[in-house]
Design a protein around this ligand. Sequence first.
Ligand code: HEM
Length: 371
Amino acid sequence: MGQAQEDHQPCLPSREAQERMLPAFAACCTDLVDRWEGLAAGDAACEVDVWPDMENLTGDVISRAAFGSSYLEGRRIFQLQGEQIELTVLAMNKIHIPGYLFFPTKANRRMRQIAAEIERILKGIIAKRENALRAGEATSDDLLGLLLESNMAHTRAGGNSKAGITTDDVIGECKLFYFAGMETTSVLLTWTMIVLCMHPEWQDRARDEVVHVFGDRTPDYDGLSRLRIVTMVLYEVLRLYTPLTALQRKTYRPTELGGVRYPAGVVLMLPLLSVHHDKEVWGADAHEFRPERFSEGVSKASVDAPAFFPFGWGPRICVGQNFALLEAKMGLAMILQRFSFDLSPSYTHAPFTVGLLQPEHGAQVRLKRLQ
Ligand code: HEM
């Protein structure tokens, strides 16, 4: 094939940046598999809910990529954002009362405390880095460094916003990267493990490939780019268990679409998950896990290309898609090198969607160490 990897448009970060990030990815994945090896010591399989562990993994990876050496401080942010999401979901499940978010309820007060703490941590990290940059003691090869360089250009231009971004923008971008990058990739890895438990033949094929390419070495960039089966598996999981199930767009002027005229201000929904499951597009087996449909690349996988949009499309396409796929390949490859896994009897298959497609009752998996 060789094509499955190439089909998505290249986007940030560049190949060089991805290669630089790889040791950080590997360090986070090593922490995870070492911890699991501790749990799975001996012959018996051990049961783990892999979902929270995947959230920790992807949160760690984003922290390192975004904040470099300050990543430990950054970790607190994703814990707080997790709590923020839970409170938001609770609020969404209540009857909608206009202005309710401004009532001084316990949950609303906690939301404000969380927002203030995230802001305080980010401002602290930013101030420390700015001082180090001014003193020539810091590099700008993580996300925060790049944003601050742009912010300094803005300041040098006397606040002319065309020359760079403001400090508030820097804070906003850092928050966005956690929101956009952590949960999405963690549910991708979680569903991949679940699906590979359900289809042990694909688990074996993916492991054979990983072992063939890397043996027991830590995966490297070139090898990860050559993984054909693993890429097909990840694409099929992204199709069947699309992390972001729908996208919204708002018309900003009268617009005609498919012969229908919409005035300005209409919210349109693109239901990614439904398109990914449409039998007219994917064939009678649209609901089945068949990674081989991607064997000749994304464009040939469906009748009506392009019908595969897990990362969106057009000018707002996910800037982190290469980052996410590289991280998922690294994580999966290191797990396959060390463990075989199957579903725990306590697992209940219940994908549910609260913005993201999540396993409602967790993702309990039995891990067995490979000798
Ligand atoms: C499996 C993992 C991921 C999936 C499925 C995913 C999906 C998406 C989708 C569908 C969009 C488009 C939203 C829209 O059009 O309204 C998007 C945007 C975005 N993603 Fe991702 N994403 C993933 C991982 C990541 C990662 C790891 C990062 C950061 C490192 C990231 C950063 C972003 C950002 C910053 C945007 C906004 C881009 C813009 O508005 O211009 N994503 N993502």
